[in-house]
Design a protein. Structure first.
Length: 373
């Protein structure tokens, strides 16, 4: 029996969209199911929009590999399709000698990961670049930048549609059953449930990717697929302090995040965040009471800001494999043949740098699909 569809993609965040655009170049019949009314309504529209360089992740990890290659691919893609972006550069700053050692570690890790242009800076060199920043030393990353994530997703969506990809919005995947030669996938939309069959199923369901894997019968605790929600909130800075920095400024990273940093939007406005708070439920409120913590985190290296300059902005939630207090976890991106589910490709734990890595992940997944059909 032949299947309705070659490739079923679950989720139209930046990763699902990039995969759809890439796979459909090879003339496959691709269908994307997205539970929300349009694409990019969850984590992909609630992030720092930073094109990371890739110095935070151990060499040979998928995060390092796809961040470094995704960085190049993303700039190329943005230039080709005139997507709004800026190669602003970034500074990771050290407040004391202990932090300098941490920054030096990042420098060495960045070199191992193959990032070009990294440079350690002294206090005086930092002052020349960023007169308002206080630091004893720092790491300059010229290939870090920012991108308009909506524009990026709109372009992936447009490319996919041009290649013939079909999108069903308001269509939630509620079941996945193995059948001969593929999968039967149950869909719930606003007024009916129905099923389609596909040879390959790609689970790029972001915060819900563990639950989607569970639909296919995977024991997510045993497989190590259980996700932990880790909220990251932002405060905006009053427009009167717009010109305080010329590039992104980060402190040394924390255990679960990159540290409360200063990002610059493409319109020049400044934002502080994200912090890290493990939460049980998905919700996106920003607690006004966190203002003091944000202020204290940032005024160490940007002393001219004042607490009244900060206003609650928005929050995103990271789909983390790393439980609270635990160590580094890599992206999981794999075909599940060894679990008796050939042609089911799971993408789990696609937290930062998922936006940067999206085009590289898409090429990798397309390579897996190519071997299957
Ligand atoms: C606070 C924060 C800051 C970040 N900053 C950066 C950054 O600066 N740079 C960077 O590179 N990365 C950053 N990231 C990470 C980046 O945002 C994510 O890695 C990326 O957006 C993940 O995209 P995705 O497509 O996997 O997930 P999502 O955008 O969550 O998309 C998944 C989609 O699947 C859909 N879905 C779920 N379940 C179902 C179902 N059963 N049926 C149908 N559809 C379903 C959802 O509705 C959703 O649209 C940040 C993340 C956070 C939270």
């Amino acid at each position: 029996m032949s299947n309705d569809i070659d490739v079923i993609i679950i989720g139209a965040g930046v990763v699902g969209l990039a995969i759809a655009a890439e796979i459909s170049r090879a003339n496959k019949n691709v269908f994307v199911f997205e539970k929300n009314r349009t694409f990019g309504q969850e984590t992909s529209c609630r992030n720092s929009e930073v094109i990371h360089a890739g110095m935070y992740y151990p060499e040979n990890s998928l995060k390092a590999e796809f961040c470094v290659s995704g960085n190049n691919l993303l700039y190329e893609f943005c230039e080709k399709y005139s997507i709004n972006h800026k190669r602003l550069g970034k500074l990771i700053v050290a407040a004391d000698d202990n932090e300098t050692k941490e920054v030096e570690k990042l420098y060495r890790q960045g070199l191992k990961n193959g990032i070009s242009g990294l440079q350690m800076l002294t206090h005086d060199e930092i002052k020349r670049l960023e007169p308002n920043v206080e630091a004893v030393a720092g790491l300059l990353s010229p290939s870090t930048g920012v991108v308009d994530s909506h524009d990026l997703m709109k372009t992936f969506h447009g490319c996919a549609k041009e290649n013939g990809v079909a999108f069903a919005f308001g269509a939630e995947v509620i079941s996945i059953d193995k059948i001969a030669g593929g999968y039967e996938v149950g869909i719930q939309d606003s007024d009916r449930t129905y099923a389609v069959t596909g040879s390959v199923v790609i689970n790029s369901a972001g915060l819900f990717s563990d639950r989607v894997a569970q639909l296919a019968g995977i024991d997510i605790e045993q497989a190590g697929y259980k996700l932990h929600f880790c909220k990251g909130a932002y405060f905006s800075l009053n427009p009167k302090v717009r010109k305080l920095v010329n590039r992104l400024v980060y402190p040394v990273p924390e255990q679960a995040g990159l540290g409360t940093h200063v990002t610059l939007s493409l319109d020049g406005s400044m934002r502080l965040g994200p912090n890290t708070k493990y939460v049980d439920d998905l919700e996106y409120t920003v607690d006004e009471r966190d203002r003091v913590d944000f202020y204290q985190a940032v005024c160490r290296y940007l002393p001219s800001i004042e607490i009244d300059d900060l206003a609650p902005d928005f929050a995103g939630v990271r789909p983390k494999l790393q439980a609270k207090g635990k160590g580094f976890c890599d992206f999981i991106i794999r075909d599940e043949t060894d679990k008796g589910l050939p042609g089911l490709i799971n993408l789990i734990g696609i937290e930062s740098p998922g936006l940067t890595a999206a085009p590289a992940i898409a090429q990798y997944v397309a390579g897996i699909v190519e071997k299957i059909i």
